[in-house]
Write a protein that binds this ligand. Structure first.
Ligand code: 5GP
Ligand code: MG
Ligand code: MG
Length: 183
């Protein structure tokens, strides 16, 4: 039977809600300064980036536009392969736009390096990346990420938009799942 509380399924909280809130404000101040006088197009990558996008966009005190993409990266099992398919494309024309990709997490980096090239090829004036989490030890390709929230160990994490089998996205913190959930 399912456990009643999400917290029963977690082994460790890696990043608390309070830390996420503080970091979001910090990133927003940098973004406001860097994009002064411009209106960036925030591109959220569904579904994981929903929470980051909602919080970051509301923290920004300048004009932004928001658009969404859904991609799937093929690979053996849960591992990202770098072969990416667009499931839902943007509605916006990127020509001349300052695009800021908003992501939940950078693991291998394969999805984001593909995405950046894809968006650049559509004539964007600039393409930068903001990711709340990054696992430096999992990197397979180097991705130049202008805004990073937290560097975390190479564990599978859930919460703040990140799922395991579509669950746990609604957890307010970022946490490591207990092993009994997998087994
Ligand atoms: P990458 O292409 O950088 O390996 O990762 C692509 C996607 O895999 C991320 O955007 C995220 O949706 C998912 N992912 C990577 N690491 C984790 C993790 O630790 N937990 C969860 N829930 N998803 C992850
Ligand atoms: Mg993602
Ligand atoms: Mg997922």
């Amino acid at each position: 039977m399912d456990s009643t509380h999400i917290s029963d399924d977690l082994s460790e909280i890696l990043v608390t809600e309070a830390q996420l809130v503080a970091k979001t404000a910090e990133l927003a101040r940098q973004i406001e300064a860097d994009y002064e006088g411009r209106t960036p197009l925030l591109v959220g990558v569904l579904k994981g980036a929903v929470m980051v996008m909602a919080d970051l966009a509301r923290e920004l005190r300048v004009h932004v536009e928001m658009d969404w993409m859904a991609v799937s990266s093929y690979g053996a099992g849960t591992k990202s392969s770098g072969v990416v398919r667009i499931l839902k494309d943007l509605d916006s024309d990127l020509h001349g736009r300052d695009v800021l990709i908003v992501e939940d997490i950078i693991d291998s980096g394969l999805t984001l390096s593909w995405l950046r090239e894809n968006l650049e090829s559509r004539g964007a004036a600039s393409v930068e990346i903001c990711a709340m989490l990054r696992k430096p030890d999992a990197a397979k390709v180097e991705v130049d990420v202008r805004y990073v929230g937290f560097e975390i160990p190479n564990d599978f994490v859930v919460g703040y938009g990140l799922d395991f089998a579509e669950r746990y996205r609604n957890l307010r913190d970022v946490a490591v799942l207990a092993t009994h959930i997998y087994e």
